[in-house]
Design a binder for this molecule. Structure first.
Ligand code: DGY
Length: 321
């Protein structure tokens, strides 16, 4: 029997991919770093039965409609805003993603980003490297406390809950806003539900972990930043487009908020000339929320397992909801 042809849009380690060659005829884009170009992606989608994609690939109607033999897209991310799920559903193309395996890793990074932002860690490291540390002084690089403060988590999914657990360990008061209430999280972590506006007004750290949808696009806009406290920080580890970056920049330079920790940007990679990056109050990371070797390997394996299950007619492990 011929094996189903699968195209992986980035070079993944042989040690991960090789075991799956028994079941799949695997072809890979040969760069680890650079995403596959649009034209090549179109061609590969047309000549493959399955795709294993990264969040950098826009799997839109244009790609899906011309891919006559394609029956599954395994997206190697928990977020799947890069995939036109509706069109895929209409065409009978299955979509999977990689929840759970990255929850704790992403929560670690999110909380670390909050800490780095509040305690000015990146700035402090640069201070020494730039040979500026000549004296110790009482308020040198003084930041803001984390313990005893209020964290406001917007998007209380798996990662939101994992961040809330870390916040509890740090003695924070926990507010959350979500489409639906989470009674178990309220009971086990002691998180309290708040309306979006109330959360913005009360939180010292507003942490965005909501998926990007038509409803959440630019939900952090001028209005939202104006409601936040002047001493509060904004942290984003979900998707850049949940934020109106111009409004965020204005909020920071006008001192409406104290600063921001950003792992994601509307345009990725963000230009190094972007005005936000010139603000000392902004800590920025290149979308590394789930980037540990252990977790990235698990995400790769889960995507491959989904492909194998699909072609063997078994239930998908993690279809998109
Ligand atoms: C995801 O899985 O959606 C993350 O953003 C990738 O790090």
């Amino acid at each position: 029997m011929t094996k189903p042809k699968v195209f992986i849009t980035r070079r993944l380690p042989d040690e991960i991919v090789d075991p799956y060659k028994e079941h799949l005829d695997i072809h890979m884009w040969q760069s680890e770093e650079e995403p596959v170009g649009r034209q090549m992606l179109m061609e590969k989608a047309r000549s493959s039965h399955g795709l294993l994609t990264m969040l950098t690939e826009k799997i839109d109607e244009g790609i899906l409609r011309q891919a006559n033999d394609l029956s599954i897209v395994a997206n190697m991310a928990v977020g799947y805003d890069n995939v036109d799920v509706k069109t895929a559903e209409n065409l009978g193309i299955a979509i999977t993603h990689t929840p759970d395996v990255l929850t704790e890793t992403t929560a670690d990074l999110t909380f670390g980003l909050l800490m780095a932002t509040a305690r000015r860690m990146i700035e402090a490291s640069q201070y020494i490297k730039d040979n500026k540390w000549e004296h110790w002084s009482p308020l040198m690089l003084a930041g803001t406390d984390i313990h005893g403060k209020t964290i406001g988590i917007v998007g209380m999914g798996r990662i939101g809950e994992a961040v809330a657990k870390r916040a509890k360990g740090f003695g924070m008061n926990i507010l959350y806003y979500n489409r639906s209430r989470k009674p178990e999280a309220e009971e086990s972590i002691g998180a309290s539900y708040a309306d979006f506006e109330v959360l913005l007004e009360q939180a010292d750290y507003v942490v965005c972990l909501t998926p990007l949808t038509d409803q959440t696009k630019h939900m952090f806009n001028k209005d939202a930043f104006q409601k936040m406290k002047k001493e509060a920080f904004f942290i984003n580890a979900s998707r850049g487009a949940t934020v109106d970056e111009e409004a965020l920049y204005e909020a920071i330079v006008n001192k409406n908020i104290a600063g921001a920790g950003l792992d994601v940007f509307e345009q990725e990679p963000i230009s190094s000339q972007h005005p936000l990056l010139a603000c000392p109050e902004v800590v920025c990371l290149p979308h590394i929320g789930s980037a540990t070797k252990e977790t990235r390997y698990k995400m790769m394996q889960l995507s491959l397992e989904n492909l194998v299950n699909h072609f063997q007619g078994k239930p998908l492990l993690t279809p998109v909801p």
